[in-house]
Design a protein around this ligand. Structure first.
Ligand SMILES: C[S@@+](CC[C@H](N)C(=O)[O-])C[C@H]1O[C@@H](n2cnc3c(N)ncnc32)[C@H](O)[C@@H]1O
Length: 194
């Protein structure tokens, strides 16, 4: 069987197992489709020397799209809470900075990684934010806002297709928001700017 198909089957089975263990944290039964990953990855920073912070990368569907679109792996910092998924990511993207940790501590984790050198031009998040308590989502959004460069963008998808603002997004300007139908389930991608 071709390697790519094997990897897709393997990722799907990892998601299913992890979802059965912890559905609220895993947030999805299967990885994102190529269409959804591409819709997220088109918001790479225009400045090549800026970092991209990926939150909730899972097994790397969006990560792959970011790199495929030209992001240098060394400019990618990804925070994944699930240690098994973080291990898969490390094998798959050895030159990226994969952190096993909680996105709620992104300020500290980023500081440890960058030590004050380098700016973040985009936060690409697949976190299941709707499963977060409102105060936690607010705090997280505040931290995203604080670490983004002045024109930086926060890109977030959700399976809720309504147009209401995401939890925590009140202090951002909504740039665009579109539904990607070719995903299981369909998802809304929203792009916020400071
Ligand atoms: C819906 S999945 C998305 C995975 C992948 N980006 C994709 O699109 O296929 C959400 C991911 O967020 C991770 N996650 C959930 N809560 C987290 C947290 N507090 N910090 C970091 N990662 C978290 C889950 O383990 C899971 O991998």
């Amino acid at each position: 069987m071709p390697k790519r198909i094997l990897a897709t089957l393997n990722d799907t089975s990892v998601f299913l197992q992890e979802w059965l263990t912890n559905p609220r944290r895993t947030g999805a039964i299967v990885p994102s489709s190529k269409k959804l990953a591409a819709a997220m990855a088109r918001w790479l920073p225009t400045e090549a020397n800026e970092y991209v912070l990926e939150l909730g990368p899972g097994t790397g569907a969006v990560t792959q799209a970011l790199i495929g679109r030209g992001l240098h792996p060394q400019r990618l910092i990804a925070i994944e809470k699930n240690p098994k998924m973080a291990g898969i990511l490390r094998d798959r993207f050895p030159r990226a900075h994969i952190i096993t940790g909680d996105a709620r501590h992104l300020d500290r984790l980023l500081q440890e990684q960058l030590n004050g050198h380098g700016t973040v031009g985009a936060v690409i998040s697949s976190l299941p934010l709707r499963n977060f308590p409102a105060d936690v989502a607010e705090e997280l959004a505040g931290k995203i806002r604080a670490i983004l460069s002045p024109k930086g963008k926060w890109v977030q998808y959700t399976y809720h297709l309504g147009k209401e603002r995401l939890k925590g997004a009140a202090h951002f300007r909504l740039l665009t928001s579109n539904v990607v139908w070719l995903n299981l389930p369909p998802a809304r991608v929203s792009v916020y700017q400071k």
